[in-house]
Design a protein around this ligand. Structure first.
Ligand code: TXA
Ligand code: MG
Length: 320
């Protein structure tokens, strides 16, 4: 198939909605990264997401909805979950909640698990698409499995061209790292993936710091697989003095004259927004065998999500 690039105007949104209704795949911008969307109620369409991404197994997907009432059709919200939804939606937060029985979601979306991940994205184009489509959209990040998430339409094209029906062009994603994923029960909150909303922001709303999970405790979260977000070039972390033959990714003034800098002024929000775009760019520049040295990034605020993605990008790749 030939992938169409659609402008994010009324015509583009209508055509995207029509493609989704017919079971097709449309990549669309969210404030975090581009998502690869399909009708979350259509088994065949959801299965096509896995095929297009080359995802090795049917891992669960995030369901994007337009409103809180739409979310309550599929998921059971405890008072704690409501509090988080009210504080951070629309925005870069996904909540993993008990799946309501008898809902219309494809079983593939939740990979047969009794829970479902839900999010209301803030990006106006994502909101527009959800409104015109009028139903839930399942969407993982719009990249081939295991590769870096896309923050521009060009990144989506580079990874998935001619494997999906269309890309809605919404320019650059402002947050740049994926949503924070929280598992929420009646009285506890676990951090399944650090992301665009910081742990500090969450603690302010719920009054405690969410428990951090590890690979061992959440084998079902592919975002938790160690080698993920992997560029082709090798990555070394916490480098302040790279070898001359290396390319480098700076933060603040930690590395003198880096090839690219996540944020020359040392701002973590700016660094998150640039992270995947800079990794894509360095990867494209790298010669065979050349590696990318990355400056140390502080572990506060969005630094947790940035370090999480960098650690996975630097992890050994099981022969991939
Ligand atoms: O910002 C984002 O979250 C982007 C945009 C497009 O919304 N989406 C995204 O999706 O990053 P994806 O598929 O790349 O990552 C979703 C993560 C996976 O690690 C998956 O395992 C986890 O969410 N997940 C989904 N449903 C889950 C569930 N029921 N229980 C535990 N983890 C779940
Ligand atoms: Mg992903």
């Amino acid at each position: 198939m030939q992938t169409q690039i659609l402008s994010a105007n009324d015509a583009g949104l209508s055509l995207s909605s029509l493609i989704l209704q017919r079971g097709g795949l449309v990549a669309f911008p969210t404030e975090t990264v581009y998502g690869l969307g399909a009708d979350a109620r259509n088994d065949k369409a959801v299965a096509a997401i896995f095929a297009a991404k080359g995802r090795p197994s049917f891992n669960p997907l995030i369901v994007h909805v337009q409103s809180l009432p739409a979310a309550t059709e599929f998921a059971d919200f405890s008072p704690l979950a409501f509090k988080l939804a009210q504080a951070f939606w629309p925005g870069p937060l996904s909540l993993v909640l008990p799946l309501l029985k008898g809902g219309q979601l494809s079983h593939l979306v939740s990979a047969g698990m009794p829970s479902v991940a839900i999010r209301i994205p803030a990006h106006p184009v994502a909101q527009g698409l959800l409104q015109v489509f009028g139903g839930p959209i399942a969407a993982p990040s719009a990249n081939p499995s295991g590769q870096i998430s896309p923050t521009t339409p060009g990144h989506v094209t580079a990874g998935l061209k001619d494997r999906i029906d269309a890309i809605l062009d919404g320019g650059l994603c402002s947050v740049g790292v994926e949503s924070t994923i929280l598992g929420v029960s009646d009285d506890d909150v676990t951090l399944l993936r650090p992301g665009g909303i910081s742990v500090e922001q969450i603690a302010k709303v719920i009054g405690f710091t969410p428990t951090l999970t590890t690979n061992e405790t959440t084998p079902n979260s592919p975002g938790q697989l160690l080698s993920h977000y992997a560029p082709k070039a090798d990555i070394v972390l916490n480098v302040t003095d790279p070898e001359p033959e290396m390319m480098s990714l700076g933060f603040g003034n930690a590395i003198a004259h880096p090839t690219l800098n996540l944020s020359p002024k040392g701002d973590l929000t700016e660094a998150a927004a640039n992270l995947f775009a800079h990794l894509h760019a360095l990867d494209a520049m790298a010669n065979a065998g050349q590696c990318i040295a990355v400056a140390p990034i502080p572990m506060t605020g969005l630094g947790l999500a940035i370090n999480d993605r960098l650690t996975r990008a630097a992890a050994p790749r099981d022969g991939q």
